[in-house]
Design a protein around this ligand. Structure first.
Ligand code: GDP
Length: 526
């Protein structure tokens, strides 16, 4: 028997290539859920894409992203938790980590642009964990790609089977609405950007005469032809394939116009999975276990340098989390209690007394946590599924103020604990190398080192552009490899050796020369 508190929770993230409509869709969900009253209440959580040196923008964004990290609301007796992810590609690792804390995902695709670079990357991260994905094809009010062509493109580029659950009637200036294949109802296009309007016309099926009151005969015929083809090509929804992450239901609509939102939201709460079992290093942890457990997937520093406390975001995996109860920090082997854990409802934070699997609570932290830390009621557990990915840019840290060496070291240590970027230590000389996805991360590090730690550094760009975590079943062979390749080996924060390479060619050559060594693209491997 699963606890109804757990069963009612739907924790997910909306993800997309920048500008496809993630923020707009999030806002419309909150509007439908009654969590906000007017459009425009959700702040756009993105740094200016064109101007990477705008520090104020970065700071502003960090402020906003605390406010919008989790947006919870009640809808039709369900508790919905939307976890926000940064839009800027330089903060992609942050997004990947947030995806470790959700039970499913809604992926937004722009019908004009189709599958974009970031869409593919995000999908591949979902595939790693078999996260169930629903696809929302947005901006149907614009002249975009033809729906069948677009579905082909999505299937091919994202390497996933699809099953359309709604179908557009026209597109661009001829866009009339969406027919729900799943519920057999018709939603007519009514361009209203600020309010929730109920313009659902119930029909028994596509032969219902009532359709002709709203659509031309040719439109009804076109819809019949299309949906027949959809049925023939894609068939009916197999829910278990969806929950296993092998099949993605597809919805069409226009987020800015409130269109197709109700279809996707109503179907989402019906089919999206509630919290499920989580893998820990030691064993699988079931949601309905009595004892509490959870892990930290995101850490947010305080904007005010005078208050160095941070907020650690904890995803609850089992049991019940309670305020003021002692919990066991498994990495540091100590007990901690939290007197002000935060709950997030839409744009408001409040102190929470208890929370259930699927929920995210914010814990004030004075430096105890790093990404991936696990809390339990005493059992030694370490949750899996929060790997580091290969960075693309590597730079060596050069201290610019020898009087502030300690501050620099502490700053680098804490910022990399927070997951701002990755740290590798190289020999000889314990040189510190920072690995990041984009230049913006280095700017954030310099800025924060200076403003929060009073330390100054310069970054020297290295030629590397790839990292591979190396292991071997033969320890001797691994030691020998690390010795021979010393100038390319960095040690990560967990103490694991990582091979740094300039390009794929170099990795392939090394693989050939060292057949006993295994090379991994992420820090977590079986
Ligand atoms: P994000 O970067 O994915 O969060 O995208 P936003 O939600 O900020 O949307 C990017 C731009 O697309 C904004 O200017 C929106 O107003 C616009 N937009 C969002 N949804 C639609 C839509 O359905 N139709 C049209 N034409 N524009 C949209």
């Amino acid at each position: 028997m699963v606890n109804p508190e757990i069963e009612k929770r739907k924790t997910f993230a909306i993800i997309s290539h920048p500008d496809a409509g993630k923020t707009t869709l999030t806002e419309k969900f909150l509007l439908f859920g009654g969590a906000i009253n007017t459009a425009g209440a959700v702040k756009r959580n993105k740094a200016n894409q064109s101007n990477t040196s705008d520090f104020m923008e970065i700071e502003r964004q960090r402020g906003i992203s605390v406010a919008t990290s989790v947006m919870g609301f009640e809808y039709k007796d369900k508790r919905i938790n939307i976890l926000d992810t940064p839009g800027h590609k330089d903060f992609a690792e942050d997004t990947y980590r947030t995806l470790s804390a959700v039970d499913s995902v809604i992926l937004v695709v722009d019908c004009v642009k189709g599958v974009e670079e970031q869409t593919e990357k995000l999908m591949s991260v979902c595939r790693m964990r078999n996260t169930p994905v629903i696809i929302f094809v947005n901006k149907m009010d614009r002249e975009g790609k033809e729906p069948f062509d677009l579905l082909d493109e999505i299937e091919q580029k994202l390497n996933i089977s699809l099953c359309p659950l709604s179908w557009p009637i026209g597109q661009g200036h001829t866009f009339k609405g969406v027919y729900s294949i799943y519920n057999n109802h018709l939603n007519l296009f009514n361009s209203d950007k600020t309010k929730v309007t109920d313009s659902v016309v119930a029909v028994s099926d596509l032969n219902d005469e009532a359709l002709l009151d709203y659509l031309k005969e040719s439109e009804v015929q076109g819809l019949k032809d299309d949906t027949e083809l959809v049925d023939g090509v894609y068939g009916k929804l197999d829910k278990s394939l969806y929950t296993d992450g092998l099949l993605a239901p597809v919805f069409f609509g226009s987020a800015i116009n409130n269109f197709g939102i109700k279809e996707i939201l109503d179907t989402f709460i019906e089919i999206a999975p509630s919290p499920r079992l989580r893998e820990a290093e030691e064993r699988d942890v079931l949601v309905e276990e009595k004892n509490f457990s959870g892990f930290v997937f995101k850490i947010h520093a305080n904007l005010d340098p005078k208050h160095r406390d941070r907020i650690a975001f904890l995803r609850i995996c089992s049991g019940k989390f309670e305020r003021n109860k002692f919990y066991y920090h498994t990495r540091q082997n100590k007990k901690l209690k939290f007197s002000n854990p935060m709950d997030f409802m839409a744009n408001e934070k409040s102190i929470v007394e208890e929370a259930w699997p699927g929920d995210v609570v914010g814990l004030y932290d004075s430096g105890n946590f790093k990404i991936g830390d696990t809390l339990t009621e005493g059992e030694k557990l370490q949750f899996k599924g929060i790997p580091s990915f290969s960075p693309a840019i590597f730079k060596e840290v050069e201290n610019m103020d020898p009087m502030r060496t300690k501050q620099l070291e502490k700053g680098i240590e804490q910022l990399t604990d927070e997951g701002v970027a990755q740290l590798f230590v190289m020999q000889p000389g314990n040189r510190k190398v920072i690995g990041a996805v984009g230049e913006l991360q280095f700017e954030v590090i310099s800025f924060r080192l200076e403003h929060e730690y009073g330390a100054k550094c310069r970054f020297r760009t290295l030629t590397y552009s790839r990292s591979r975590w190396v292991t071997s079943t033969d320890n001797k062979k691994l030691e020998e490899f690390v010795k021979r390749k010393q100038q390319h080996i960095g040690v990560d924060k967990e103490g694991h050796p990582v091979y740094l390479a300039d390009n794929d060619f170099m990795i392939d050559m090394t693989k050939r020369d060292y057949p006993d060594i295994e090379f991994h693209t992420t820090s977590e491997f079986k």
